[in-house]
Write a protein that binds this ligand. Structure first.
Ligand code: PEP
Ligand code: MG
Length: 319
């Protein structure tokens, strides 16, 4: 069955006053694409490309990667696809890419740092993405960036590789998931085509709490006002430079979190496919001015628990 205008109209999400919010899906397997569209996704806002690299003895070559990206693009039937470059290191290890022992893996070689440490892997991945047809279908997003240098290094490779084929380079965005990137968002947005806030890592690094450590797991909460202030800074930085800012971390899969993110100025959210119907239903029930008021109030709370309570109270149906 082909994509129809009617399906697209049904999938559209607007707040109660008509403000358009785009809702994409986070994907981590080829087979997810069609299911995400069925759940109401308007595209993929985060393809976690690690799924191609984990649990095997050697890296997937360019052809294998291309086939997977192409299949996902086809499954999305013309909708946007944001491919995140390889985000390993930290808690995700690869047998064929041994990272020297680190005392603090979450603060060591991970995300874009691995890509720049092993540029041949980055080149292969960028080539595979650039081959997806129709040209320009994929956007590329870089994880764990902490400053412009890393973006410039990836862009240099992307332009060189696109030039080899005489093609155009893809749009290149940055994940805002370190406090440094959130604080420097206005600067990064001068050269990034878009920003996407990774609230999972942003929370871990803002609160200095390891997201994989069960002793602190319950406190690694993106509703924390410190995290919300960093998100507000990132949203403002992108807005000042006229660049789109979205979110793709877990906060965007939480209906109350989605209200906060929209209230802080985001208009593109990427959620787990299963969460999309509830996120849309919640956003359709609120006006944009309510979202903004709730978010402003949240920024002044003193804990994640009080933010959560105040959002719940504000959205509770009145007697
Ligand atoms: C994030 O950190 O919020 C994110 C979306 O990336 P991941 O969860 O894959 O680290
Ligand atoms: Mg992350």
């Amino acid at each position: 069955q082909r994509r129809s205008e009617r399906d697209d109209a049904l999938a559209e999400c607007r707040t109660a006053d008509g403000t358009r919010i785009e809702i994409f899906a986070n994907l981590g397997a080829v087979t997810d694409a069609a299911a995400a569209v069925a759940a109401g996704a308007e595209g993929c806002g985060l393809l976690r490309s690690e799924f191609l690299f984990l649990d095997r003895d050697s890296a997937p070559d360019e052809d294998e990667q291309h086939a997977a990206y192409q299949a996902i693009a086809d499954g999305l039937d013309g909708r946007p696809l944001i491919v995140r470059t390889l985000d390993v290191g930290g808690d995700k290890a690869l047998a064929y890419l041994p990272i020297p022992r680190e005392d603090n893996p979450a603060l060591g070689l991970r995300g874009v740092r691995v890509s720049l440490w092993r540029p041949e892997l980055l080149d292969e991945q960028l080539r595979a993405i650039l081959r997806v047809t129709p040209a320009g279908r994929c956007r590329i997003m870089v994880p764990m960036v902490s400053g412009l240098d890393e973006l410039r290094a990836v862009r240099a490779r992307l332009e060189a590789l696109a030039g080899e084929n005489g093609g155009a380079a893809a749009e290149l965005g940055v994940m805002v998931e370190t406090p440094a990137a959130a604080i420097l968002a206005d600067q990064i947005a001068t050269e990034a085509d878009f920003l996407s806030i990774g609230t999972n890592d942003l929370t871990q690094y803002a609160l200095a709490m390891d997201r994989t450590n069960p002793a602190v797991a319950a406190q690694v909460d993106a509703f924390h006002p410190a995290v919300l202030r960093l998100i507000a800074a990132a949203a403002e930085g992108g807005r000042r430079r006229g660049k789109p800012v979205g979110a793709c971390g877990g906060l965007a899969s939480d209906p109350l979190g989605a209200v906060l993110l929209v209230g802080l100025g985001l208009s593109e959210l990427s959620a787990a496919p299963a969460a999309i119907p509830a996120v849309k239903a919640r956003l359709r029930s609120v006006r944009i001015d309510e979202c903004r008021a709730i978010a402003q109030w949240a920024l002044d709370q003193d804990s994640a628990a009080s933010v959560r309570r105040s959002v719940e109270d504000a959205l509770a149906p009145s007697e």
